[in-house]
Design a protein around this ligand. Structure first.
Ligand code: ADP
Ligand code: MG
Length: 224
């Protein structure tokens, strides 16, 4: 099984649903250490992404590669989401999109895409600063380790999703050093970072889409 454009499309749709379902919770996290808009921002952005991809599907010009799909995600998030979160996530997706023009990604393409995305994000701050990088960096490291011991795409994304969720949880005691939450200084301690939490959901959606793909019946080629 490799990760093709249909996987990237399914990932996008699942991520949009998860963000909608968790919109209020993400906004509450942002109320504690920001300006209470992260869930609404991302929900608006992901709905715009889905609208754009649905229109492309109707017009018969869906992107044919995972990179092509992720480029639509990136540019739409950048165009529709104000604040820090959307453009930063957009940058991560754009770097992932540009990492490969293959029609389907194996584990090496996948890990490289994550490495590119995370280094794009970290141009603005590193893991440990209490931002979305605290989900992306450990997820990327875990993905690389899983690929190196021979895990398949589902195994790699499973390791990444677990590490992203742990990374988001582990932002709770940290003091914010980037973005709006850093204005709070020590008062930011004791709250989970909203961007790390939404990123963990996005990783979970990528895993769910890969699992669904791996369960699809394999086409049996009839022998002559
Ligand atoms: P805003 O802070 O402009 O209101 P959002 O609420 O949508 O934007 O997003 C806030 C999230 O953006 C934070 O929880 C954090 O994860 C992320 N963020 C902010 N600044 C940075 C940064 N410099 N690097 C990485 N992520 C950041
Ligand atoms: Mg905010």
């Amino acid at each position: 099984m490799s990760l093709d454009a249909a996987w990237a499309l399914d990932w996008t749709h699942r991520a949009a649903v998860m963000i909608t379902e968790n919109r209020a919770e993400l906004t509450e996290l942002d109320r504690a250490i920001g300006d209470a808009d992260h869930g609404d921002n991302l929900d608006r952005g992901m709905r715009a992404v889905v609208t754009k991809l649905d229109a492309a599907q109707k017009a018969g010009n869906l992107p044919a590669t995972p990179g092509g799909v992720l480029k639509v995600v990136a540019t739409t998030l950048m165009a529709t989401v104000g604040g820090a979160g959307g453009p930063l996530l957009g940058t991560a997706f754009l770097r992932a999109a540009r990492s490969s023009d293959a029609s389907a990604w194996g584990t090496e393409n996948l890990v490289r895409a994550l490495e590119e995305a995370t280094s794009g994000l970290e141009a603005r701050g590193h893991a440990g600063d209490k931002t979305m990088a605290d989900a992306w960096r450990p997820a990327t490291v875990a993905a690389r380790e899983a690929a190196e011991i021979g895990e398949d795409e589902v195994g790699v994304l499973s390791a990444a999703a677990r590490a992203a969720a742990d990374g988001a949880r582990d932002t709770e005691p940290l003091q914010a050093r980037r973005g709006r939450a850093s204005f709070l200084g020590e008062r930011s301690c004791g709250h989970r970072d909203p961007g790390a939490q939404s990123s963990a959901l996005i990783f979970q959606a990528a895993l769910d889409a890969a699992r669904a793909r791996s369960l699809e019946p394999i086409m049996v080629v009839e022998q002559a």
